[in-house]
Structures are given as structure tokens and as C-alpha cells.
Design a protein around this ligand. Structure first.
Ligand code: SF4
Length: 162
């Protein structure tokens, strides 16, 4: 359920303001590093097919600090005509924000994944809880993560309404 808008940050009165937000982003990066470590034994063909969100009908869901990490300090790309993730590069094959890609992108693999048979589900669950706690600190009115395309569409509307 949507409970807040991206533009409503001021209403959340973040604890400690900018400092708290920076701390939150740092913690998100730490969570991402742990997710990467958990999936280090795995590999995939890196085809970019999983980023064709309109085709897969699946997309990453982001907590607020994840969206902030993804969107802050870089131009907002336009929506893609093919319904793919706006953060795909021009070829539609590569992520243009790889270092800051969301948790869901780091932990999503299709049936072509190669590696240990048992995926690190417990680690993923623990890290997800941590992401939620971080988000609750800086955006307490957001009760659930939101799909990447929702975050993007909202930001795109705000950026282009002038
Ligand atoms: S953020 Fe990057 S990895 Fe995630 S769906 Fe978009 S292009 Fe793919």
C-alpha cells in the first residue's frame, strides 16, 4: 500500500536530518555489500533480460533510502519505450547504475543462475529486515517498499511538470 510520496520528505521530519540520512545511505551500502558477498559464489549470463521489467512482469521493490541512493546525484533517465528499467544503458543490456543498484537486483536470479544449490535465503531475509529498519528511521511513514517503476514515474512526473 502506498503511504507516502517521494516529495513528502519534509513531512517525515527525519531523525537528525542530513546526518541521519547520510548514515542511512552508508548502512544501505553496507547491506548491499553483504548481499553481494552472500551471492558471490553464484554467476549468471548477465544478459540484462531480468531488467526488461515489462517482459518479466517483475521488478525490484525499494525502500526509500534505496531509491535515494539510486537517484541522488545523477540525472533522472526518461522512461524506456520498451518498458525496461530506465536505468538500463542505451543498448538495453547493461545496468548504468550497477554500484548503486537496489537490493532486489542484487538478489534476483533467474533459472539460469549457476552456483550452490541452496541460496542464502536466511541472509537475504535478515538483510531485508535491516533495510526496513534503516528506512523506518528516515522515512517512517513509508510502511512498505515500492516498485522501482513507481518511484521512477513519480520522480519523472515531478521533474517534467514544469
Ligand atoms: S537498476 Fe540496474 S540491475 Fe536493477 S533492474 Fe534497473 S538496470 Fe537492471
Amino acid at each position: 500500500m502506498r503511504t507516502r510520496d517521494w516529495d513528502d520528505e519534509a513531512d517525515d521530519a527525519p531523525l537528525g536530518g542530513t546526518r541521519e540520512r547520510e548514515r542511512a545511505l552508508k548502512e544501505v551500502r553496507a547491506v548491499y555489500r553483504q548481499a553481494d558477498a552472500a551471492y558471490a559464489p553464484y554467476s549468471c549470463p548477465a544478459s540484462g533480460e531480468c531488467c526488461q521489467l515489462a517482459v518479466t512482469k517483475r521488478q525490484p521493490w525499494l525502500w526509500q533510502p534505496e531509491w535515494e541512493l539510486l537517484s541522488r546525484g545523477r540525472p533522472l533517465p526518461p522512461p524506456r519505450a520498451d518498458g525496461g528499467c530506465p536505468y538500463l544503458d542505451a543498448t538495453g543490456l547493461r545496468c548504468s547504475v550497477y554500484a548503486d543498484r537496489p537490493f532486489g537486483c542484487r538478489t534476483f536470479f533467474c533459472q539460469r543462475i549457476q552456483g550452490p544449490s541452496r541460496q542464502p535465503a536466511e541472509t537475504v531475509a535478515t538483510l531485508l529486515e535491516r533495510l526496513e529498519r534503516v528506512s523506518q528511521r528516515v522515512a517512517p511513514s513509508l510502511k512498505a517498499p515500492r516498485p522501482l517503476l513507481d518511484w521512477h514515474a513519480e520522480a519523472w512526473r515531478a521533474a517534467t511538470k514544469a
